[in-house]
Write a protein of this length. Sequence first.
Lengths: 217, 301
Amino acid sequence: MISFSQVRKSYRGGYEALRELSFGIESGELVFITGRSGAGKSSLLKLIPAIERPTSGTVLVNGQNIGSMRRAAIPFLRRNLGLIFQDQKLLYDRSVFDNVMLPLAFTGHTYKDAARRARAALDKVGLLAREKANPITLSGGEQQRLCIARAVVNRPSILLADEPTASLDSTSAGEVVEMFRSFNQVGVTVLIATHDEALVQRLNPRVLALSQGRLAA
Amino acid sequence: MSHWLRQHGQTLVLTLKRLAHNPFATTLNIMVIGIALALPLGGYMLLQNLGGVAGQVTGHQQISLFLARDAEKTDIAVLDASLKQIPGVRALRFISRDQALESMKQSGNLSDVITALQSNPLPDAFVLETGGSAAELEQLELQLKALPKVAHVQLDSAWVKRLESLLALGRMAVLILATLLACGLVAVTFNTIRLQILTQKDEIEVSKLIGATDSFIRRPFFHLGLMLGAFGGVAALAIVYLCMQILNRRILELAQLYGSDFSLSFFDLPDCFALLAFAAILGWLGAYMSVSRHLYEIEPR
């Protein structure tokens, strides 16, 4: 489903975020990407939705080559991915409900259908009662759950989360991780980047440990 | 097709909501565009009205045709027949030399001089009713001069020429003004859309990240540009209409002093729609330029 082979990513100024990285992820897997900050976790996650392009090597997502993908094709790749960002990227000028409606605006759903889906997603993360609230009034854990609702509302086959528990207390972090596990159990491929060792140990999933842009042994 | 229509419908509602959400800024924007358009539009309306008056005046032009002294009755009959053949001549009146003398006697102050005369010094004459532009009148004058037994053709086309070139000058001025202010309108929408893009920077970035196509992101800004232009056009029409009503009160008083019922008249419906379409297209153009310039600057990192 996702395959990296000999992937190198360097930024202007010569900084190398990823070097000769190769691995494959099958459909339905739950994978943690670990490593200290600066190890290349975010760079890796940004390659999959083509936010960044590899400097060399091949990144394949659902059989599509990210490196050579046309600009116009990128939106359609992203619609099949659920993205949870490190900095959340919630919109504070609209309600919780409208935040979840955003990905449905351009997929051709009628308003009724879109609203039904948005409420289903909010229900799944336990925020249905807060749909009219502004995201700024939500707690950290609730905001993170809202990000998850927005990521899954389009029913993506792959879910990518960058440090989803970074700013959460352990109880909220546990809830969030449980949510990812339940999506994985219904067949969604889940990739989570984290530096939280305790979290990883609790789930005992497959782990890709990064160190200085390479897979640690 | 229905998907496309629905998306446009949703965008339209969204854009209107956005405009209504910020009524003060929206009103100011529309006013700026409206006033910018109202200036050349008002000038154009005045010119149209003046052109109408000029047409009425130049439409009734008289040419006097004085015959040679030796013209006989048969010559006059031949001339009368050939004048009637000329297409520009609408009406024709013959004034014999005796009639002319008689009317001069009637007119008063010259009667003493005239009675003292041994013989009638006046020639026979035709008075032609005609009309048309200065060039057409001159053409006709040449044609008349070439006729047999015609001694002199009197036509005053100089003032028609002056009026025409004055109107042409006015049209040129309005055209220049319109071009400049059309550029102004494009600049205003360009800037408005730029600000709107900046305000929605976060939303655009997130939308790109979750799979919105470029055309989806561009669409609301195009709608916004179109609407600003069209609303500006409505404002311009309203401004010109109001000014016309105010002017008309004075003009009517003035016209009555000249025994005329002249008043300014407004554009007809097709003209109004053409203006609205033109304004909307200019708004769209400003939006297009702004979007192509600024939207690519917002690329998620």
